[in-house]
Design a protein around this ligand. Structure first.
Ligand SMILES: [Zn+2]
Length: 172
């Protein structure tokens, strides 16, 4: 004999009443929220709408809830929070990106110092804007120290120093 899904029959073929467990949960609009009562809320940990227990009220507003699923206590939210869009295209530097930038500077400095040891520093020319340097010349700058001329164009010279590349005026 096939048992209809709609009829609840126990092992002895006797009909029985549907379980009562959900009947005590009244409809949302019938129940005023109060501490200890259940409420559907957004769980930031489970990332979905779930049954929560109200932990704290501020006047008639639900303030804090505890997720019945993960047990986490958090501020009450009635639905999925809207994702905040980045204000501008510029991303905030992360710890990792700051570290990477610092390492790049360190590597550039190492490369520069490796080139410098191959040069005769006694031949360094003191920098002045009247200088007409050529690519590969070694100059000495009052502020930046020893530098290697990388490019010269339009009265400007790109010079590598230990602190990084600088654009210096030349040929005046
Ligand atoms: Zn949860």
């Amino acid at each position: 004999m096939v048992t209809s899904k709609a009829r609840l029959v126990d092992g002895n073929g006797r009909r029985y009443a549907p379980p009562m467990s959900n009947l005590h949960r009244l409809k949302k609009e019938d129940v005023k929220p109060a501490a200890g009562r259940d409420i559907d809320a957004w769980c930031s940990r489970c990332k979905t709408d779930l049954g929560h227990t109200i932990v704290a009220m501020i006047d008639t507003t639900v303030a804090q809830v505890r997720c019945n699923t993960c047990g986490g206590t958090h501020r009450y939210r009635s639905g999925e929070p809207t994702v905040k869009k980045a204000a501008t295209g510029k991303r905030k530097p992360t710890k990792a990106s700051i570290k990477a930038a610092a390492m790049a500077v360190e590597r550039a400095k190492e490369r520069f110092l490796k080139r410098l040891v191959t040069m005769d520093t006694s031949e360094a020319i003191n920098y002045s804007p009247r200088l007409n340097p050529e690519r590969g010349d070694l100059i000495r700058h009052v502020k930046f120290g020893l530098g290697i001329v990388e490019r010269v164009a339009n009265d400007k010279a790109n010079v590598s120093f230990e602190v990084g590349e600088k654009l210096l005026v030349v040929g005046r």
